[in-house]
Write a protein that binds this ligand. Sequence first.
Ligand code: HEM
Length: 403
Amino acid sequence: MSETTTERVPSFPMERRCPYAPPAEYDELRAENPVTKVELPTGRQAWALTRHEDVRAMLADPRFSSDRMSPQFPTLVDNTQLRSTFRPSLISMDPPEHGPARRAVVGEFTVRRMEALRPRIQEIVDQAIDDLLAAGEPADLVTHVSLPVPSLVICEQLGVPYADHDFFQQHSSKLLNRETAQEDRRDAVDQLTSYLGKLITEKEAAPTDDLLGRQIVKQREEGKVDHEALVSLAFLLLVAGHETTANMISLGTVALLEHPDQLALLLNDPGVTLNAVEELLRYFTIAELATTRVATEDVEIGGVLIRAGEGVLGLSNAANHDPAAYDRPDELDIARGARNHVAFGFGAHQCLGQNLARMELQIVFDTLFRRVPGLRIEKPIDELDYKRNSTVYGLHSLPVAWS
Ligand code: HEM
């Protein structure tokens, strides 16, 4: 057992080694101190877990809470102003609320449902690539492909007008940016909540055949009408549903272009694309701050006692680069079949949209490199505009050319 409250502890977050690898400190921590305290930008301390087995054990343990509005939750930014207004959505719920709330919507994200969407997602990807080519060189892949594809898909799925994409993309990127001032973050939450509130009121008057409309009908059938719960679900799905996948499209494109041997494997055999997607998800682990919890009881993880009320960061990027789980973890190897990675989390809160994200990524990578064989990045990769201060890692822009 270790107690380190008065010792000097490492500061968190640590910088990624540009642009792919996790922070160098993760390897040191994992080797020497795999369950250790770090200091957050708020001045508070939390435990950082760097081993794959410890991160999975923590995420599977119901004694760790996901309640992001709890004052003890180890957020990287001060969110006191949000606590009074923000109604917890699925991602912040604990038992007994979480299970029924998740079951109410999980049927919308099954593999079969996603397969039914495949032809439409292919059309959306083809249109986005047409727009990229029509824009002329150099063009920004983020503007023309990475953002519009998942945004349009989630809009159609939810029944949110895509014409409003500038509005919700701007507000959700403000929310994910750790440098956004607390008042601006609150303003972004208020604006998105009020926008979605109006939209759902319209749907309540005349339910549409989309995810939100179907939830309204279902709530009525079950006699559990809850407007606010639906607004917070719509909020979570809209924000989680576009920015994450967009970042993986951009980063995955960079990684494949930078590893022509790996790209050749993918081009020679479309059967390997899904393996490539898993490996890219593992390799970048863009949402490692999502797998954060607070202990509700004293729990031992990796031989260390975590006390009730202490925050825990399950560093999924460190877990996904743990040599005990993956050989040569810092190498991109699309043939490895990166099973059991925790890029989508693990346990009860494992990403609800993972089947959708996988399908979008598969279709984009299968289509982009075949339709635009000369695709190249117009800048040295270490000069690209990475999202270093965002809760979700990615790229602000990606200038490309192709002739
Ligand atoms: C949860 C990552 C795409 C909706 C999560 C979690 C992670 C994650 C790490 C776990 C959070 C936790 O443990 O507390 C990602 C990544 C994505 C992606 C890397 C893309 C590459 C999506 C999409 C959607 C979505 C496309 C929606 C359509 C959700 C929801 C949850 C979640 C609703 C909360 C589930 C729950 O608490 O039961 N995601 N996500 N995600 N994700 Fe994703």
